[in-house]
Every structure is written in C-alpha cells, then in structure tokens.
Design a protein around this ligand. Structure first.
Ligand code: ADP
Length: 211
C-alpha cells in the first residue's frame, strides 16, 4: 500500500445543469471517491445539522423550519434582499463546508483518486488550491437552460438569472485541465468519464509512488 495521506484530487465543476451530478455519479460508479460540497451544505442545514445552531443564533427562529432544518425559502428571501445577510450566511457555512470536505478528503486516502464536486470552483481559490487537476463539464448555454427548465420547472428567465450570477462558460473553460463535453447523450458522457477514469487512476498511482 501507499504512504500518502491524501488522495489525488480532481476538482469537478460546471454551470448549473451542465451535468456535474451525472458525471460525478459515473466517476463514483467506476470506483472514485466522491466529495460533493453541495451535498455537504445540505447536510449541514438538514434537521440537527452542524450549522443549525449557529444559523438560529445569527438570524433567529424565523429561518429555521418546524422540523429543525434551515427554512431555505426564508433564508433565500433574506439573503436575496440583504447582501450583508448573505455574507453572514456564507461566513457561517463556508468554513464548515471546507472543514467537512477536508475531513472527507483525508478519510479517502486509500481511494484510487477523489472527485471533489464544487459548483463555484472558478470563483473559489481555496478549493482550486486543493485540486491536482480540474475537470469542467461543458455545454452550450441554450442546452443548459433547456435541461434545467426540464429538471426544475423554473422558467428560462429564472435559469438565465442564476447563470448570470455564476462564472461564464469561457471562465470555467479557462481553468479546465480536462473538458467534458456533455452536449450529447448520457452514453457519450459516460464514454468520456470512463476515459478520464483511466487517466486519473494512472495519475493517482504515480502521485502515490512519489509521495
Ligand atoms: P448539475 O449537477 O451540473 O446541475 P445534472 O447532472 O443534475 O447537472 O444534469 C442536469 C439535468 O440534465 C438533469 O436532469 C440530468 O438528468 C440531465 N442530463 C445530464 N446529462 C444529460 C445528457 N447527456 N443528456 C440528457 N440529459 C442530461
């Protein structure tokens, strides 16, 4: 076995609806360890989640639902109308998300490699610094809107306004070591992920030999 204390980390990013979850699921099915920062954020704000007490202390009972979870609609309304509230929310959540993802990365040291899913990877220097390689799931904006509308029932205008708040397609592409083109069907996505899986396994084991 190897003596490394962290796995080879592939940062996986892409805009909303680009297919990050679909790509991540394929990597995981092939045996990669998976750490998903969105999933961690959900767990932190679920009933009895580690962020709930701090959120209640900061924003009051009105942002906590009856089941003890974060009331996402109430919190979103507050954060949307008040940028300072949004900053206070991020000041509570972001360090907890980072700590939990670091703990999960550390616990996965025996995996062939690890996929770290970070929707806002372009915007976040701290996560980029944790990545040995960055894979970007890429699709044209029109297809992105079409898939999110179909998945969520949001209007095309609502999806476009979410996209406007994210990095642009070109910005994301500029940080990619590997581009995953998800404009085809799921089989085409899987073929690309399978090829990357082979490369990441090789890179992961060569990092292990040299560390
Ligand atoms: P993200 O995690 O980046 O937001 P998802 O993986 O959830 O994106 O994909 C967005 C939507 O598009 C989902 O409903 C998913 O099932 C669908 N989807 C993803 N990839 C494809 C594909 N290649 N062909 C058709 N639908 C896809």
């Amino acid at each position: 076995m190897t003596s490394r204390n962290r796995p080879f980390v592939v940062g996986l990013t892409g805009g909303i609806g680009s297919g990050k979850s679909a790509a991540a699921a394929r990597f995981a099915a092939l045996g990669a360890a998976l750490v998903d920062t969105d999933q961690i954020a959900h767990q932190l704000t679920a009933p009895h989640g580690a962020a709930i007490d701090a959120l209640r202390a900061e924003f009051g009972d009105e942002v906590i639902a009856a089941d003890g979870a974060l009331d996402r609609a109430a919190m979103r309304a507050l954060a949307f109308s008040d940028p300072a509230a949004r900053q206070r929310l991020e000041a509570i959540l972001h360090p907890l998300i980072r700590a939990e993802s670091d703990a999960q990365i550390g616990a996965a040291h025996a995996a062939p490699y690890l996929v770290l899913v970070v929707p806002l990877l372009f915007e976040s220097g701290t996560y980029r610094a944790r990545c040995d390689r960055i894979a970007v799931v890429d699709i044209p904006e029109a297809l992105q809107i079409e898939r999110v509308v179909r998945r969520s029932g949001l209007s095309a205008e609502q999806v476009a306004s979410i996209m406007a708040a994210q990095a642009t397609r070109e910005q994301r592409r500029s940080i990619a070591d590997d581009l995953i083109d998800n404009s085809g069907d799921l089989a085409a996505l899987h073929t690309q992920v399978d090829a990357l899986d082979c490369r990441y396994r090789a890179q992961g084991s060569s990092v292990a030999r040299h560390s």
